[in-house]
Design a protein around this ligand. Structure first.
Ligand code: FAD
Length: 341
């Protein structure tokens, strides 16, 4: 159909936008470079364990997002997690009770994007490289030089640096927004063990996720304590600091994984013998988290998506904030506006 919308990127923002359009009966197709949907809400299957590589949990502060969260909880693809956060240091561990509800995908973070993808048309393993204009219509050209279209509207929901490449000269205002909202890099490691971690003095036995006072390692989360993963063994996600990640951006994944493992040893109060390691690795997110958000730079025009009269649009976490919730809201709000056109 000539009124169809293309969405580049099937992360939570692109999926929220697509769902909104689909519900309104509008034709919409998603184009995703990876094998499946999810983007930074991805999970990795390892021997006898699933580890989350990106977001470890998400908050629900906004009322509209809370409504969606209630539906997803009903559908069984998310559940509250963790019960509390811990702050860990060699001096001891402290629980943080901030009253904030947090959720994780069930039985893996990517269960939520997979749920949202149901009933949508997604072209996976299809990186889009350029946009072409033909009269008032848009065509998408993928990395195999295949043409997709025509579309009346093209939504770009990728991290801003990738969006900027796609925009080229087509939308100077949107290019400027992308330029002003760069994304920072982050290394995310994982380690799985043959045995549970030993119970240590000063460390609560039931900890689920802990923030650390360590120059490299920012957060450790225990995947077997997440909803639906009770059967799997000790399996940690090791999230590095952004500053440290940027300094080590070109290090090998092996080097980084070993460094994060050493950092893990040092956060326990006494010299600790970790159990035998089953699996160790690291994933580099070149575009992990927005350094700036377009919405806060433009207080007079508070908006969390951008739409041009030529049919090009931007949404995603960089348009609003650095969280799952922000990305969903950005895509959902854009979908609401596009559904009326
Ligand atoms: P993305 O998820 O990045 O989706 C964009 C999609 O576009 C991707 O699937 C990508 O493959 C695709 N794409 C890119 N270029 C192209 C192209 N040319 N053609 C086709 N497809 C393309 N948030 C929280 O709320 N809580 C947390 O605890 C948290 N922790 C995090 C930890 C890490 C390590 C990382 C990396 C992120 C974390 N976040 C967290 C942030 C959260 O994951 C993101 O804000 C959110 O998932 C972004 O969604 P998005 O749809 O905007 O972008």
């Amino acid at each position: 159909s000539t009124a169809a919308t293309a969405i580049i990127g099937a992360g939570i923002a692109g999926l929220a936008c697509a769902q909104r359009l689909n519900t309104a009966g509008k034709a919409v197709q998603l184009f995703e470079k990876a094998r499946g949907p999810g983007g930074r809400m991805s999970s990795k299957r390892r021997p006898q364990a699933i580890v989350d590589l990106g977001a470890q949990y998400f908050t629900a502060r906004d009322a509209e997002f809370q409504e969606a969260v209630a539906r997803w909880q009903q559908a069984g693809c998310i559940a509250p997690w963790p019960e509390r956060l811990w702050q860990a240091s060699p001096l001891g561990w402290e629980a943080r009770h901030d009253g904030q509800l947090r959720y994780a995908g069930k039985p893996r973070m990517s269960a939520l994007p997979r749920h949202l993808a149901q009933g949508l048309t997604i072209h996976s393993k299809t990186p889009i490289e350029t946009l072409e204009r033909d009269g008032s219509q848009w065509w998408l050209i993928d990395s195999n030089a295949r043409r997709h279209g025509p579309f009346a509207q093209v939504v770009i929901s990728t991290p801003a640096p990738q969006a900027q490449v796609l925009l080229g000269e087509w939308a100077p205002r949107l290019s400027e927004i992308c330029r002003a909202t760069p994304q920072r890099a982050c290394w995310a490691g994982w380690v799985t063990f043959t045995q549970p971690l030993p119970v240590l003095p000063g460390v609560p036995e039931t900890w689920q996720i802990a923030r650390l006072a360590h120059p490299a390692l920012r957060l450790i989360s225990r995947n077997q304590t997440k909803p639906g993963r009770e059967e799997q063994g000790e399996s940690l996600s090791l999230i590095a600091h952004l500053d440290w990640s940027e300094v080590h951006l070109e290090s090998s994944a092996d080097e980084v994984a070993n460094f994060l493992l050493d950092a893990l040893r040092s956060v326990f109060p006494s010299p600790t013998h970790l159990p035998d390691i089953k699996d160790l690795g690291a994933h580099r997110w070149r575009y992990a988290q927005p350094a700036e958000f377009a919405s806060t730079q433009d207080p007079k025009h508070l908006t969390d998506f951008y739409l041009e009269s030529n049919g090009l649009a931007l949404c995603g976490d960089g348009c609003r904030g650095g969280r799952v919730e922000d990305a969903w809201l950005s895509g959902h709000h854009l979908g609401q506006v596009l559904a009326k056109t």
